[in-house]
Design a protein around this ligand. Sequence first.
Ligand code: 0A1
Ligand code: ZN
Length: 860
Amino acid sequence: MPDVPPHAPSKINLKDYTKPSFDVDTVHLDIKLFEDYAQVDSTLEMVRQTAGDIVLFGESLELLTITMNGKVLTTEDYQQEAGKLTIYNVPERATLDIQVRICPQTNTALEGLYMAGSGDDTMFVTQCEPEGFRKITFYPDRPDVLAIFTTRLEADKRYPTLLANGNLVEAGEVADAPDRHYAIWHDPTNKPSYLFACVVADLDVLTDSYTTSEGREVLLELYAKSADIDKCDVGMQALKDAMKWDEVNYGRAYDLDRYMIVAVSQFNMGAMENKGLNIFNTACVLSSPETTTDARSFSVKAIIAHEYFHNWTGNRITCRDWFQLCLKEGFTVYRDQSFSADQQSSAVQRIDDVATLRAHQFSEDAGPLAHPVRPESFVEINNFYTTTVYEKGAEIVRMIANTLGPDDFRKGTDEYFRRYDGQAVTVEDFLSALSITDDKIENFIDWYRQPGTPVVSGSQTYDSTAQTLTITLNQQTRHVKGFDAPKPLPIPVATALFDKDSGAIVAERMLLLDEATQTFVFENVASEPVVSLLRDFSAPVQLNYDYQDADLAFLLKHETNGFNRWQVTQMLVNRILLQGQGVKSSPDVYLEALAQTLPVLSADDAMLAARLLDIPSAQELASAISKDYDPVLVKEQRDGLYKQVADKLKDQWAELYNNLPMQSYEDSAEARGIRALRNVVLDMALTANVDDAADWAKQQYDNASCMTERFGALKTMVNHQLAGADKYLADFYERFQANDLVIDLWFSVQAAADDVTPDMVKSLLTHTDFDWNTPNRVRSVVSAFSSQPTVLWTAEGLEMYTGVIQKLDDANPVLASRLLQVLARWNTLAEPRRQMAHEQLVDLQKNVSSKHVLESLESV
Ligand code: 0A1
Ligand code: ZN
């Protein structure tokens, strides 16, 4: 938004980082939960590091008493303002005793200690990353203050489950209070406060064990409501697989005797890596064939692995400050992507990771919310849990890993763990450890500093006399306002040359483009080859190479790696829909190439075949348009091409569908591939008006062996507005009424339907099962709806969307601000939508007050 409001919140800058004056050796917490409040008593042993006062952070706390070294402090000894409590004249060592009162029962922001659930079905959980601990008690709540925590929890016995980080040291009844009990936990590892967690609840537990490579027997516990405990096996297996994987691939074993995971239905994000006590959104840990789609189940495994991997990359080595968030997130995402690639076809994994990157990160980097992977300033750190920090951060680690090769990368990561274990460090520290075998790795620092997606363009010339092929590449990154002029970055471009006649690879090289323009010469090339560039997506860049459509069709046939073949289909689609390099391609070559490839591939690798039929969503296509974006036109063109594909292969859908018969459920890569392809084929067949396709959908729903089949059929029926779709929607609701996660699917399939209207969304928002306090439910309607740009970008659609943000601004600003980020591209809209969107955002700005939403609005 152009106009900065007078109450603009203040910024924090990376360059202003200073060390804390005091460290904390030990913390004793005593948390007593009562009917309508909680009392938190803490004892902090603090030791001076540098000159200065003690600075504690605290928000939404009622301070009862504070004493230092036994003396009660008064307002002469300390000052309290703007979320900070500063204590003056502190000696070298100080014991602080602090008592506060908080109200978890009314904490709808889901940060700090909050009550989840309602009525008789409640539990208490914490979320402390990034700055939630300060809502539990006054504390130097910053990641570079590490301490040993001992936690006593006390509550009514209706909450039999009392959990905190570390090992259980004692539990028992509370003297003189027969209805109450307590537990004391001790965590022997030094940790920052953002990794603190506790849970007070009534949960069942699935138990298992794992013996580490160091011979440590670890008790594994997965806690969930009793109705959900049958959906925990997938998560438990994934945990054991991840533990093993980290030992084999990074030499990292688990360090405590116990590893706990708790499933919580009200959670702002996916999951949280608290030391030894992960807290998970139910959507990211529960899985069963009847209730969970394959895609969701696969992401459950990846998220379990992600949180587990944080134990080394994040917990044992943590971030010095929140600007370094990518230090733990980029590396951990890279690690979970590599883990997932080992669990299925690595090509499909790469396709899915790159598709996500292109759809979300490229668009973030192209718009007003663009920021470096390591930001240099922020108002509200919660706004920086972004796809740039996570996914682009992972791509940088991947480029480094590929540049070094597996052996040297492992040497580098071993060195990182050896040098920094137990410390809070920076991105520079990470790069310095990784450069022990190659000091050029330090040059990757610019990738962390510079926003914007580089565009790599290029062309080739072949000299038949000299038998040389010369490839010229150049790079350009847009200049993002507020940052230095962009510099050339080190861009690894994985390249192969294919012989035009035989289709065989004649040369393979990793080209390192690290200047604005460079030429690379290949010798002894007998005839002009077809060049395949950026194989396996070797760098997070946009590629514009002067391909002929025929070259791409050739590569679709001859590329050896599934990812590269998919990439070629995406390039062809982009040239048809987005006029790549100003040339508008006709769809003929693409359609012909698909028609030739698909029948063979669907038998060999059904999952890959399903991906080859991907046409980027209207939203993703929009992200590549920087001006005069017309949502209706983009949707028409996209749907038009989809229909052309469907029609081109019309005669084949029936055979393809019948060759993919439904079988009893199996969780193998092959079975998942067949299910994925069957759903795609079903949708294509309905698009092409194939006779009987409506019956296939109904039969698939009725005879489904699992949620992937049932939901795939339902979604198709709804999107194609089949007669009877309503009846199936009602059936789905009846069958799964008791399961919140499935009812989320029921909401989302309606809110994201092709024919959705703002009125339909409004009626979902007032449905008896809709709940503003459950982020999953809000997202199931609101985020699902935002996938329909033609409806979102209308006066009514936007009014509804901004109304939701306004409603959540106070209650749950983290969620409100994340939902707002979808509107970041308003500026690219064609008139009159642009003006209309601008007016609505200006109105919204007048009606919100959280710094989360205000910061996002300011950049938007
Ligand atoms: N560290 C977690 C992400 C996370 C961030 C913030 C949260 O609450 C506001 C919760 C989780 C991860 O990367 O998995
Ligand atoms: Zn993470």
